[in-house]
Each structure stands twice: as structure tokens, then as C-alpha cells.
Design a protein around this ligand. Sequence first.
Ligand SMILES: *Cc1c(COP(=O)(O)O)cnc(C)c1O
Length: 219
Amino acid sequence: MGLQDIRDRIARAEADAGRAPGSVTLIAVSKVQPLDRVEAVLEQGHRVFGENRVQEAQGKWPDFKERFAGVELHLIGPLQSNKVRPALELFDAIHSVDRVKLARRIADIAQEIGRAPQIFLQVNTGEEPQKAGVLPADADDFVAECRAMNLNLRGLMCIPPAGEEPSLHFALLAKIAERNGLTGLSMGMSSDFERAIALGATHVRVGSAIFGERQAPTG
Ligand SMILES: *Cc1c(COP(=O)(O)O)cnc(C)c1O
């Protein structure tokens, strides 16, 4: 538990997989966490954070960004079209791009306001009806359509189904990324980030293992 423990475990997983030290970016997922816990992690020098709601992030991050230089914010939850502008004003990366219309709107507004957020396309590897993301069978076309836009396309993201072996989903995501020439892989959470690193994750999204259990559930 805690930031240093997670950093150590990431370093070990990188070494075990024969990957370069520092090749995995730790996104500390601070959604719903009490502000003092987030501040403690900032005080320890960590600067890369993830939030899953634009509105919640707007409530805490402008102030933290003023007090701590170099904060990098990643949006990891669903993004509605009408929230694209405030999202791009606040976030440096968006991991939940899952439809052409949204990608196009991000490209337009990013250009208008002079931002180039890192973009990850979400793939619904478990083909769950309630979950966001393009189906694996549609992923290649979606990547191609996004490539034709003026986007800073970094890679793919997935959230494996609860109760299934996540490694199968990580391997599928890695395969789709590889055949599309994408190097970024946003995969792995508190319970499975080491398995994700073994399968090539470049960005792991870890919340409760750093900050403790969340007080309230969040979508
Ligand atoms: C909340 C969340 C996480 C972090 O989950 P933990 O199990 O607390 O590590 C990672 N990714 C997404 C998309 C999330 O919504």
C-alpha cells in the first residue's frame, strides 16, 4: 500500500519483464479521494494523476495545479461531447475516446485552443454491453479513422471485465495495438497492474492501492 510500495512493485515488474526502468507511467487515480490524501501524494513528488469525471476534476485540480508545478492530468472515464472543451482545458491525456464523433470534436477543439492532449482509444475487450469502448472487431477501422484526424494518438486503453482473468484482455489489447503500429497501452489497475506490465502496459492506472479504499463508489 502507498505510493512508494507501488513504485517499487512497478520497478520490479519492469525488471521481471525485461523492460527498461521507467518505461511504465504510473497514473495515480485520485477520483473520490479526500483532498488531504491527494495532497500527501503530491507532497511526495508524484505528478501524474487520473480522474474519471470532468466536473469532479474541475473542483480540485485548478487549485492543486497552482500549488504544485508540473501536474499531468489524465481523464480515464467517459467523456460526453458537451464536456470536451472543459476537459481539454484541464486534462493532458484522454483515455476514453470511443467514437468517431467524439474524436473529431476533440481534434477540432484541441486545435482551436492550441492543445494536443495524448489520446488513447478505449477498446471494450470483453464486449460487455454496459461498458464503453469500441468492439475489438471495429478497432482497426476506428484507429484508421482517428489517424486521419489531427490527433496526438498515443495508444489503446481497456478495462477488463470483473471476474475474468485480465491477462487475456491485456494480451488482446497489446495485439490490436501492435498490428496498428501503436505503442501506448493504458491497462492495469490496483489488482492487476503487474500482469499488465508483463504484457506491455505503458500506463497503469492505480487508485486504491495508493490512496486506500474509496469512500464512495464511482462510475
Ligand atoms: C477507478 C479506476 C481505476 C483505478 O482503480 P483501482 O482499482 O482503485 O486501482 C483505473 N481505471 C479506471 C478507468 C478507473 O475508473
